[in-house]
Ligand binder design. Structure first.
Ligand SMILES: C[S@@+](CC[C@H](N)C(=O)[O-])C[C@H]1O[C@@H](n2cnc3c(N)ncnc32)[C@H](O)[C@@H]1O
Length: 171
């Protein structure tokens, strides 16, 4: 189903981790640009280097897991590293790109943000098994490696690198 925001004259829009899933990010950007008032701001957080999803020390099943996550998004018509092309799409939609800032975090098991990989992995192991991208044995190994990482105070996780992109609709 296609949804149009319409020309509603918004002061600003905020869009995070959506463009990587849609089959036509150009339409999404046109839609957002059209919904802003002249001078309105559009802010995005989208991945540009999903490959930085990494547990240290490196854990092979978790490496395969992130590879399969990317492959599954691509198979569904998305693109995990869509942040790389958003600036061009924004310019094509008549927007002025003001800022492109790379963001990546390192997270330790004791950090609050550790909850993100915890829930993401739990949900996506099941999804990847349903898609036939992980066997039951491989899924169990991903969860075992994650529990080992969570119990190791020396371990850390680097998030997929994403870009904060700020663009303005010209006056
Ligand atoms: C990873 S979540 C991000 C949720 C939220 N934006 C955030 O930052 O926490 C991905 C979101 O993209 C939405 N989404 C996925 N495919 C979509 C599509 N084809 N059209 C519109 N929304 C979609 C999902 O419904 C979900 O809300």
């Amino acid at each position: 189903m296609e949804v149009s925001l319409g020309q509603v004259g918004l002061d600003a829009s905020w869009c995070r981790w959506v463009a990587c899933f849609v089959s036509s990010p150009a339409k999404l950007i046109d839609n957002i640009a059209g919904a802003l008032r002249p001078g309105g701001l559009a802010i995005f957080h989208e991945y540009s280097d999903y490959e930085t999803f990494r547990f240290m020390p490196i854990r092979p099943a978790l490496e395969k897991f992130s590879h399969e996550v990317m492959a599954s998004w691509r198979a569904a018509g998305g693109e995990p590293n869509i942040g790389r092309t958003l600036p061009d799409l924004l310019r094509a939609a008549g927007m002025r790109v003001l800022e492109i800032r790379p963001l990546v975090r390192t997270v330790a098991p004791t950090d609050y943000a550790w909850q993100w990989p915890a829930s993401f992995i739990e949900i996506n192991v099941v999804r990847l098994q349903e898609l036939g991208r992980l066997t039951t044995t491989e899924g169990a190994e991903v969860l075992r490696e994650f529990r080992a990482a969570a119990g190791d105070p020396q371990s850390w996780f680097t998030t997929p690198l994403f870009l904060e992109i700020v663009a303005r609709r010209p006056l």
